[in-house]
Each structure stands twice: as C-alpha cells, then as structure tokens.
Design a binder for this molecule. Structure first.
Ligand SMILES: Nc1nc2c(c(=O)[nH]1)N(C=O)[C@@H](CNc1ccc(C(=O)N[C@@H](CCC(=O)O)C(=O)O)cc1)CN2
Ligand SMILES: Nc1nc2c(ncn2[C@@H]2O[C@H](COP(=O)(O)OP(=O)(O)OP(=O)(O)O)[C@@H](O)[C@H]2O)c(=O)[nH]1
Ligand SMILES: [Mg+2]
Length: 428
C-alpha cells in the first residue's frame, strides 16, 4: 500500500495550511521532517527540516495510529504557516521520501471507505458537505454524513432478510407439512419497506433542489425593471439595465444564498412580439426557462398586456416602480420599497418545497430505490400466489436487497466509485 500525501486545506495564502500524510510510511516520513513525533493524537510544536538540514517551517504536528484516524491508516498532519512557498517546499520533501506519492482527488476518503469507516452514501454526503454553501445544504448533507441513510438501509435490509428467510424456511419444509402460513407476515414486511422507500423517493425532488439550488425566473414585459430587481437581489450589477425596452436578450443567471437556500435567479428578456430576430430568440429562451423554473416572479408596471406564461400555484407577482406610481403595495428597486417582502415571499414559497426533502439526495439513490420498489412489488405478487412460488419471491427479495445495498456500497459498485471520488478536491 502506497503512502499518500496532499495539501488538505485550500490552496493559496492562508493563516494555516494542513498537509496530510496517510499510509504505512506516514510516521517515518513525519519523523524525517520533524525529528520526533508527538504522542498519538496530541499536537506538538516541531521545527521541520529538509534532507539537507535546511529549516522549512515551525509547525504543529499530529500523528494518528493505524485504526484510529480518519482514513483508518497510520497518518500524520503537518499544520504549517499557510504560505504557498512553505507548502511547496514541504510537498517537495515528501515526494522525495521513499514509498510516498501525491494523493489522487478523494483518495483519503476512498481509503476511509475501504477501511469501513464510511459507507458510500456517507462519502457522497461528505462531498456535498464540502460543496455546501447554504445552511439548508449543510444540514441536508450532515444528516446523511452522520449515517442516517445507512441506518435506514440497515433496517429495511433486516426486514427483507427476515421476509426472505421465512419463505426459505417454508421451502425447506416443502415435502413435509408446512407449519404455519408465513405469507401474512412476509407481505407485511414487504409492504412496510415498500412504503418507506416510496416516501424516501418522493422526497428526492425537494432534496435535489436543496442540493443543486432552486431556479427562480423573473418575467414580464420589456422595461418593467426585471434586470434592476435581479441586480438588487444579487447586490451587484450582474445585468445591464436601461430605459430602452428590449435591453436584456439572453438569460442571465445569478446564484445567491436566499435566507439559507441556494437559489439561481434568472433574469429574462422582456416578453413581447418583436421583428428583431435576436430579441425574438431571447424571448423564446425566456419563455422556455420560465416554464422550467421552480418559481416565477411576474413583474408588471401598470397596464401592459397580461403575460402569456401561465402562473402556477405559489408563483409571485408584483407591480414595479412604486416610487413613480405612489403604489403602496408595489415594489421599487430604486427606493428599496417592498424588496424585503419579495425576498421573504420567495423564501416562504421555497421553504415549503424544501421541507419535503428526505435522505435521498442523489439520482443514484433514487434509481436504486425505484428498482428496489419494483422488485418488492413483484415479490409481494408472487408470494400471494402461494407456497409453490416462494422460491421466486425469495429471489425477488434478494434482488431488492442488492439494490438497497448498492446505495451504501455494500455490493460491487466499482463503476460509480471512480466517478464519485474524482469529483472530490485534492486532500479529501
Ligand atoms: N485536523 C483535522 N481536522 C479535521 C479532520 C482531519 O482529518 N484533520 N477531519 C477529516 O476530514 C474532520 C474530522 N474527522 C475525523 C474523523 C475521524 C478521526 C479519527 O481519528 N477517528 C478515529 C478516532 C476516533 C476517536 O478517538 O474518537 C476512529 O474513528 O477510530 C479524525 C478526524 C474534520 N476536521
Ligand atoms: N423609477 C424607477 N425606475 C426603475 C425601477 N426599476 C427599474 N427602473 C428603470 O426602468 C428602466 C428599465 O429597467 P430594466 O431593469 O432594464 O428593465 P427590464 O425589465 O430588465 O427590461 P428589458 O430587459 O428590456 O426587458 C431602467 O431605466 C431602470 O432604471 C424602479 O423601481 N423605479
Ligand atoms: Mg432586462
């Protein structure tokens, strides 16, 4: 087994930079730089030197024993002064140690999983946790990271294993008198797991929205102030605004943290019939994106023709330029009137949808569970047909179990592993 090392903190200037070393040669590499290592899991201040005796940095050093570390391997952490030059010099020294090589992205986490410290769903959640930018994303990722999905899978699995073994017990008695009718209990176990899976799958849309962000389209006639509202919400000049109707042509996307939810606001071209070919393309694009968005915010000034984009339940609409019209209920990007209400209305509309989120945060999980549900339906169907079909029922149950196992990586999932780990940052 190679010993791997990498910068674990973000590259660039920082107060402190952490270099991680993991594998059988970690301690010897640590000693080569620090002279001696502190007692396991206790920080010790050390002067680091290169092979020629040159002074590299004064660092805090941590050593972890094999079996009691993040990766499960013997490891060392060097907490350096966060300068690019120090990090570079230390990494160069480590590369010269025999048995050491730079880690691939996600390789520390991969080793943690291979050593049974994390299941696959936790690995994905760790990736989400590192990506998390909003409070809702943090909480969602943390639930799965803490093992909540793995725990549920274990409970469903236990129910299904029991159902399958009841069927098998009957099959073993095939030539004798069957002791009791197991089918009511088997069906009940299957139903229970099936309903639980269906509930989880239903929460996927919400969880996926929390994870990748909700899309909100600002729509309305030209010149009503769509781009101005976008800029106000974004807190910067993301879109060009002008008194010329038809200023915005493309869809402009700005990602913001809206009260703890990740949101992409779309500013779109003003909707109107137009001879201008380029503007017409923009209007078509605006319609398309507005239809597909999670929420539409309709803006209007006074008496423009109504929008031809259908509003859906929960969509919002406001009168703009209230500073000109004196409309107490309208909004004004110029004076700020009503802008806080827009933010809280959007947030309220989305919080409802985010509330449905469960633990199924990835398409991979959804697919595995959907397939699992299909197998459970099939199993229940054949079990109802009588004991001569129990062997097929048990086989269906085993295949449902395999689907669930794939969520936490208990069965062979090599093909997805490379994809999952390559999306990690270096040092994780
Ligand atoms: N400096 C530092 N901070 C860090 C990490 C790290 O690796 N290094 N982490 C990494 O991402 C996270 C913490 N995660 C960790 C998880 C397990 C163990 C660990 O040593 N586990 C042993 C001992 C447990 C114990 O004594 O309670 C074990 O599970 O056997 C360490 C860090 C966040 N902060
Ligand atoms: N008085 C006042 N003027 C505003 C307000 N919001 C926007 N405007 C002005 O209205 C004009 C049009 O604003 P934009 O934000 O470019 O309008 P738009 O809806 O994006 O227009 P298109 O991109 O052409 O569809 C600009 O001159 C803005 O300065 C407001 O709240 N009050
Ligand atoms: Mg505009």
């Amino acid at each position: 087994m190679d010993t791997i090392f990498a910068l674990a903190s973000a590259p660039g200037k920082a107060g402190v930079a952490v270099v991680r070393i993991s594998g059988p040669a970690a301690w010897s590499a640590g000693r080569a730089l620090a002279g001696t290592l502190p007692a396991p899991r206790q920080a010790g201040l050390r002067r680091l030197h290169d092979h020629g005796g040159g002074f590299l940095d004064e660092a805090l050093v941590l050593a972890f024993e094999a079996g009691r570390s993040f990766t499960g391997e013997e490891s060392v952490e060097l907490h350096l002064h966060g300068s690019a030059a120090i990090v570079q010099a230390v990494l160069k020294e480590l590369a010269a140690e025999s048995g050491l090589r730079p880690a691939e992205p996600g390789e520390f986490t991969r080793r943690a999983m291979e050593n049974g410290r994390l299941d696959l769903a936790q690995v994905e959640a760790l990736a989400d946790l590192i990506e998390a930018e909003t409070e809702a994303q943090r909480q969602q990722a943390l639930r799965v990271f803490a093992g909540a999905l793995g725990d549920k899978v274990a409970r469903w699995r236990a129910d299904l294993v029991r159902a399958a073994s009841l069927l098998e017990a009957v099959m073993d008695f095939a030539d004798e008198e069957v002791p009791t009718d197991v089918s009511p209990e088997v069906i009940e176990l299957i139903d229970r797991v099936q309903h639980a899976l269906e509930t989880e799958v239903r929460g996927f849309e919400s969880a996926e929205r929390v994870r990748s962000g909700f899309e909100i389209a600002i729509v309305g006639a030209p010149n009503v102030g769509k781009s101005t509202l976008l800029n106000t919400l974004a807190g910067r000049d993301a879109a060009i605004t002008s008194e010329v109707a038809g200023t915005t042509r493309d869809v402009i996307e700005v990602r913001i943290d809206l009260g703890g939810l990740a949101v992409t606001i779309l500013d779109t071209a003003g909707l109107r019939e137009t001879e201008d070919r380029v503007e017409a393309l923009g209007v078509a694009r605006a319609r398309d994106r507005a239809e597909r968005a999670d929420l539409r915010v309709f803006l209007s000034e006074q008496d423009e023709a109504p929008d031809d984009i259908a509003a859906r339940p929960g969509d919002l609409s406001y009168r703009t330029k209230a500073d000109l019209t004196g409309d107490g209920k309208g909004i004004s990007a110029r004076t700020g009137q009503g802008i806080e209400r827009v933010v809280s209305d959007i947030r309220a509309a989305l919080v409802d949808r985010a509330a449905g989120a469960g633990l199924v945060t990835r398409e991979r999980h959804r697919l595995a569970m959907t397939h699992g549900i299909e197998r459970l339906r099939a199993a229940a169907d054949v079990v109802r047909q009588g004991p001569e079909m129990y062997d097929i029922g048990a086989e269906e149950l085993r295949s449902a179990i395999r689907r669930l196992d794939s969520v936490i990586g208990r069965v062979d999932v090599d093909s997805v592993l490379d994809e999952i780990f390559s999306s990690f940052c270096l040092g994780k």
